[in-house]
Design a protein around this ligand. Structure first.
Ligand SMILES: O=C[C@H](O)COP(=O)(O)O
Length: 245
């Protein structure tokens, strides 16, 4: 399976910037064997999907509601993302866990809603600095996997240590190797043989200069890239560092 290189644009870009960024990524995608994905704000999914039509670059959302429709002011339903051209959705990002008090149970409900709408969920897990300092990182991630992923699970897991997001601090290759091996073990324990086939992305200050080393770590199935995905050249350089199989 090729690695998946996903850009999480977070709350960045006005419409014209989002279209220009998408077009620049698509223009440089030829010859890249990794799967490419960009996740703009929900407001820009349709415009970005239109800009990427005919290119190998997929589009995803950054969140969805746990129900397919209803009286939920300000929320976005998974079928709406699908209708706008998304094929993936990021769920349970630490910024949503922290800023919107999202629990594992809610994330599991959102994940089920995403799959029912035909989206591939990318479910994020990861420990805070305090949890790592306290030696609880695997326990925390194990609980997040058990609580956030429905059974069966038709999606992707992204390991993002919270202390490495947007800080410039990247987990060491050894940290990533240890945690990804643990996550694989947990996935196999919880999902049986299917656990071997679930992609596990690494996210947290991935950039052009560290991508090749991080993407070479066993059980790393790709990267979830924040800041560096806002520059097409850097995002494409990361994608070129990906393993193709
Ligand atoms: O979803 C992406 C992650 O939060 C990583 O963000 P970052 O690459 O800016 O550290």
């Amino acid at each position: 399976m090729p690695q998946l290189i996903a850009g999480n644009w977070k709350m960045h870009c006005l419409t014209a910037d989002a279209i220009a960024l998408a077009e620049a990524v698509a223009a440089g995608a030829a010859g890249i064997t990794a799967e490419l994905l960009v996740c703009p704000t929900a407001l820009h999914v349709a415009a970005v999907a239109k800009a990427l039509a005919g290119s190998p670059v997929a589009v995803g959302g950054q969140d969805c509601h746990q129900t397919p429709q209803g009286a939920h002011t300000g929320d976005i339903a998974a079928p709406m993302l699908r209708d706008a051209g998304a094929s993936y959705v990021i769920l349970g990002h630490s910024e949503r866990r922290q800023n919107h008090d999202e629990t594992d149970e809610l994330i599991r409900e959102k994940t089920i809603a995403a799959v029912e709408a035909g989206l591939t969920p990318i479910v994020c897990v990861g420990e805070t600095l305090d949890q790592r300092t306290g030696g609880q990182e695997t326990e925390v991630v194990g609980w997040q996997i058990a609580g956030s992923l429905p059974k069966p699970f038709a999606g992707v897991v992204a390991y993002e240590p919270v202390w490495a997001i947007g800080t410039g601090k990247t987990a060491t290759e050894q940290d990533v190797a240890t945690m990804h091996a643990f996550i694989r073990e947990e996935l196999v324990r919880q999902f049986g043989e299917d656990g071997h086939g679930i992609r596990i992305l690494y996210g947290g200050s991935v950039k052009a200069s560290n991508a090749a080393a991080l993407l070479a770590v066993p059980h790393v199935g790709g990267a979830l890239v924040g800041g560096a995905s806002l520059k097409a050249d850097e995002f494409l350089t990361i994608a070129r560092a990906a393993r193709s199989g």
